[in-house]
Design a protein around this ligand. Structure first.
Ligand SMILES: [Zn+2]
Length: 379
């Protein structure tokens, strides 16, 4: 998701973040409850009371989404998959997992945990709402939250990746064929299909509302269904591309994509010299820094940028270099996917390819994307 997000706290050590688009849905839910559902269910209250109850209900709805995501996260943790963060955004929540599940069984259990949480919550809330001795306000709230949780569970079971149901489908296809990337591509294709189908349902609802065949107030629901369908389609298409890339790179080693004849910078060079003799005329975004003893580290355009221009003639490359660490190096036989994952987890754009203490080349994000481009794949 693009746009800013804010961390609102941590649960079980997992950072909980709210994306800027969350406020949109929060506002929409509060407004529709305060002006529609609540006055219908509980007539005769002050307007301010409706808005207050609607705000509380909207917060509890998002608490429900959060519990659903925590369901996924807790099972993922049992499989030692680190959870980066949980983000709430306009269409629900995302628990960011730092690794793919180790096998189809793990995939299935992680995927199904979220809907199970939603169904249990929905059942409990509806059960409580039907108990006679609670007030009318609580009954209205319980029915609302209960049915939303049931809908949340059901919607997520649509068998199109990356929805939970699509992950269940992927687990099945993965178990059947033994090919993770192929299972992802197939489940994501189903996701694209359901995305189009949802958009079609939404459009039908809108047309129906517009022509008076169904209640006009349902037009907004049609709009939301179209948006959700478009979102599912886009997310599924991105997953399919990513799986295609991973499949294309599955047997490729660093050696095949690395840049050879790499220029290196000496740590004694001034930053000014590095800029005028290397960065500008050669056009690379970063260089290995090399002295008599070997690799000293890496220096990038960003490192230069972080230094005030007036200091360039007086500071040396050795002063601004990111010092050597083990995760800067790969060997020529390292799979490209391992190198790519390393780049993503460390935020680096280039790694040094080393063999027996010699610098054989550089593997870079742009080099990998050129390789994909030459094979006719999306970058
Ligand atoms: Zn889920």
């Amino acid at each position: 998701m693009n746009g800013p997000d804010w961390q609102i706290g941590r649960i079980l050590g997992i950072p909980i973040k709210v994306h800027v688009s969350w406020f949109l849905i929060f506002g929409f839910v509060t407004w529709s409850l305060a002006t529609g559902y609540l006055p219908d269910m509980l007539p005769g209250l002050f307007v301010g009371r409706y808005w207050l109850m609607a705000g509380v209900a909207a917060l509890l709805l998002f608490g429900s989404v959060l519990l659903h995501e925590l369901g996924h996260s807790l099972v993922a943790r049992r499989y030692r998959i680190p959870i980066g963060q949980i983000t709430l955004f306009v269409f629900g929540g995302i628990a960011q997992m730092h690794r793919e599940p180790p096998g189809p069984r793990a995939e299935f259990l992680i995927a199904i945990a979220g809907p199970i949480v939603s169904f249990v919550l929905g059942g409990l809330l509806l059960g409580m709402a039907t108990m006679a001795h609670v007030g009318q306000g609580l009954v209205a709230l319980g029915i609302l939250l209960g049915s939303v949780n049931l809908q949340l569970g059901l919607f997520n079971l649509i068998p199109g990746f990356p929805l939970d149901g699509g992950r269940v489908l992927r687990a099945g296809l993965w178990a059947w064929s033994g090919d993770f990337n192929r299972a992802t591509r197939q489940a994501a294709l189903a996701g694209q299909g359901f995305g189009i189908a949802l958009a079609g349902v939404g459009a039908t609802v809108m047309v129906g509302a517009g022509t008076g065949a169904i209640a006009g107030s349902l037009a907004a629901n049609g709009g939301w269904i179209i948006l959700i369908g478009a979102f599912l389609f886009t997310a599924a298409r991105a997953s399919r591309r990513q799986a295609a890339i991973r499949a294309a790179l599955a047997t490729v080693t660093v050696e095949e994509v690395m840049v050879r004849n790499v220029a290196t910078l000496h740590p004694n060079l001034t930053v000014e010299e590095a800029v005028t003799q290397h960065f500008l005329p050669q056009g690379y975004g970063g260089y290995p820094v090399w002295d008599e003893r070997g690799l000293v580290g890496m220096v990038t355009v960003q490192d230069v940028q972080a230094l005030a221009k007036s200091l360039w003639p007086r500071r040396r490359v050795g002063d601004i270099v990111e010092p050597w660490s083990e995760d800067m190096e790969v060997s020529p036989k390292t799979p490209v996917l391992t190198a790519l994952d390393r780049m993503f987890s460390t935020g680096r754009s280039r790694l040094a390819v080393m063999q027996d203490g010699l610098l054989m080349g550089l593997v870079t994000r742009s080099g990998i994307s050129r390789f994909l481009q030459l094979r006719g794949l999306p970058r």
